[in-house]
Design a protein around this ligand. Sequence first.
Ligand SMILES: Nc1ncnc2c1ncn2[C@@H]1O[C@H](COP(=O)(O)OP(=O)(O)O)[C@@H](O)[C@H]1O
Ligand SMILES: [Mg+2]
Length: 313
Amino acid sequence: MTTSAIAVSGLRKAYKDKVVLDGIDFDVPAGTVFSLLGPNGAGKTTTVNVLTTLMRADGGTVRVAGHDLATEAGAVRAAIGVTGQFAAVDELLTGRENLQLMVDLNRRSIRNGGRVVPELLERFELAESADKPASTYSGGMRRKLDLAMTLVGDPQIIFLDEPTTGLDPRSRRTMWSIIRDLLADGVTVFLTTQYLEEADQLADRVAVLDQGRLVAQGTPAELKRMIPGTHIRLRFTTADELDEAARVLTDAVRDDEALTLRVPGDGGTKSLRTLLDRLDEYSLSAEECSVHTPDLDDVFLALTGRTTEVDAK
Ligand SMILES: Nc1ncnc2c1ncn2[C@@H]1O[C@H](COP(=O)(O)OP(=O)(O)O)[C@@H](O)[C@H]1O
Ligand SMILES: [Mg+2]
């Protein structure tokens, strides 16, 4: 039997009369990664704040690590670690001092106190900069230090609020590999993100948050099946050219207004070459050719008929 690390039922939260969570339900099996996907302002941080006891819910029931959030907040806090959207690192302290501070604050719960700090510095590739003030760290280093600080208490369940927003691609990949390592250690990870690709890379299950409700839930593969896949977009200069190309590329979806054809394909060089060869064969040429990978915008458009732009209300 799989046990739930996080079980949420009918969760509601409003700021005055602004409803942010309008009754959401989900379940995170222990030892898995669950990703809450949504654009800016969707309510991701609010969800994290409620689940981590930083904020009180207006309604619903939540159990974290088997404890009821409303009546056993202390036990919940003892089981979890939280890395917020904005790094909780003290800029004036060095990386080592920041970590040591966490060890001191956690003293009772840490068995291997003396080894923890150097081990974490090593594991997060921060050993070299350990004695420099955190104010000199890059965004990626800060996020890593922040996560390392979260791990000091050896939490069973970790909440990561947009851990890679604003990071360069390399730091993002490092963060992903750290998260995968956590999973291998048996930790449960609750992760919020604005990136479909991130949820796809890391999550066992994804839930899409929109206007206070979960509009979709499933594995990344299930979610992607609901949206148009990777495709190649060809734009032509005239309607006649579009017509001719559409006759040749029979599996393409045409958009007469934009003068484009959307051709299913994996975006790899092979499928691209096949496509271009075929155009060549019929002496056709497109004005523009681009490979389009589905992103959060496509998910939203498919699920809600709207784009992710936050509407003013
Ligand atoms: N303390 C607050 N008081 C009033 N409104 C808030 C507060 N915190 C967040 N909000 C509003 O609630 C909505 C959800 O915010 P948030 O949970 O931060 O979303 P996300 O993390 O997905 O960007 C936003 O419209 C935001 O402006
Ligand atoms: Mg947020």
